[in-house]
Write a protein that binds this ligand. Structure first.
Ligand SMILES: *Cc1c(COP(=O)(O)O)cnc(C)c1O
Length: 402
């Protein structure tokens, strides 16, 4: 297995291009090949159990590991400064891999009260049904997080910046709270990307990415990743990857690996465009609030400046009578696509209504609901600012908001 060394001391742009890859030893090909083979010819017998795969095992079967997928995993590990990475078929497969491997019946999960709706629903419905106690709190309120952690808590799960209102979590502070009581911290870092934040270096134990978003960057391949220590990864490899089997296709891994080469440059451009659009929206008479971590008006701007080397391209905004404007957005926007997902080179916008999200996913009441509404009001338009000319994006929004 001729794997190039990933040089973790190189700059991030160099690692984005080269880590995990190298010229093909047989043909000299400069760009990576795609190895689609599901099985590999062996020169000695191997065991059939996921429990006896030695660390230096050859490639055996692509659900266990695949050379093209391994290139992507090595590149992501280098970019995140993480010991190991495993990739999955989607961000939700990566999320489920961590939640199902790190928790068992009778243990407690402390999770952010607002985050990616799929994760929120999986925890509240599926994990709770399997006997995991699920407590939800605002992860921007460190006292609330500390109070929610009990001796039976084994995992804390945060997302930063968080869906859909762009709240920021202090990763270092939450990691300290987790570790004080022997729990682990998982951070969904999809919005931040390794260009903005490297949660492992701040004390997180697991990092989760939907690779479908910025890492792929072009909206044409789904994938997910988990980064962790070798010890924590062992059960993820065996339980989640090999036994639950939600592995990524080598073709998708190849596309995402290709996307990662330009991630540092794309994130710079996403940030510049998002700031221009955020400033335009802030000055627009129909817009009542703009939530972008790079704006001085964002309630967590100081924390964002400390924790994020790039403010990313995600913003949320509120308009007067937001829900009534959704159909106008759908029909008037010509450049920006009205669609879910994010992190693509195309700009994408969608409406996330507070009542709908509460009923379907978050179920918050009382003070928690009030705190959520302080950020998100009756709902937000979540805008993933793409790589088009910012003037065209502002013109497009101006027409739809008139
Ligand atoms: C999209 C997303 C996910 C889920 O990823 P998929 O690739 O769609 O399965 C998880 N977390 C966040 C923050 C996301 O944006």
């Amino acid at each position: 297995m001729n794997r190039p060394k990933t040089n973790q001391t190189a700059g991030q742009r160099t690692m984005a291009v080269h880590a995990g890859e190298g010229p093909d030893p047989t043909t000299g090909a400069s760009a990576p090949n795609i190895v689609m083979s599901s099985t590999f010819v062996l020169d000695e017998p191997v065991g059939f159990s996921a429990y006896d795969i030695p660390e230096d095992a050859p490639y055996v079967y692509s659900r266990w590991s695949n050379p093209t997928v391994r290139q992507l995993e090595d590149k992501l590990a280098a970019l995140e400064q993480a010991p190991t990475c495993r990739c999955f078929a989607s961000g939700m497969a990566a999320t489920a891999a961590v939640l199902l491997s790190a928790l068992k019946s009778g243990e407690r999960l402390v999770m952010s009260d607002a985050n990616y709706p799929g994760t929120a629903e999986f925890a509240r419905n599926n994990l709770a049904r399997m006997g995991v106690e699920v407590a939800v709190v605002n992860f921007s309120d460190l006292d609330a997080v500390e109070q929610a952690v009990t001796p039976s808590t084994s995992l804390l799960w945060g997302e930063t910046p968080a869906n859909p209102a762009m709240r920021i979590t202090d990763i270092q502070a939450v990691a300290e709270i987790a570790h004080q009581s022997g729990a682990r911290l998982a951070i969904d870092s999809t919005f931040a990307t390794p260009i903005a934040t490297q949660p492992i270096t701040l004390g997180a134990d697991y990092v989760i990415h939907s690779l479908t978003k910025y890492c792929c960057g072009h909206g044409d391949a789904m994938g997910g990743a988990v980064l962790a220590s070798k010890d924590d990864m062992r059960s993820i490899e065996t339980d989640a990857q090999i036994h639950m089997g939600g592995v990524i296709s080598p073709f998708n891994a190849w596309l995402i690996n290709r996307g990662l080469g330009t991630l540092p440059l794309r994130m710079q451009a996403h940030q510049a465009n998002a700031l221009a659009v955020a400033q335009f929206l802030e000055s627009h008479p129909q817009v009542t609030k703009v939530l972008y971590p790079g704006l001085a008006s964002h309630p967590h701007h100081e924390l964002a400046k400390r924790q994020m080397k790039n403010f990313s391209g995600m913003l949320s905004f509120q308009v007067k009578d937001g829900e009534d404007r959704v159909s106008r957005m759908i029909f008037e926007l010509q450049v920006i696509h009205y669609a879910v997902s994010l992190g693509h080179h195309r700009s994408l916008i969608c409406w996330l209504g507070t009542d709908d999200l509460m009923a379907s996913s978050y179920h918050l009441t009382g003070d928690a609901l009030r705190a959520y509404r302080e950020f998100a009001g009756d709902g937000v338009f979540r805008l993933s600012v793409g790589l088009e000319d910012p003037e065209d994006l502002c013109r497009d929004l101006a027409r739809a908001l008139d």
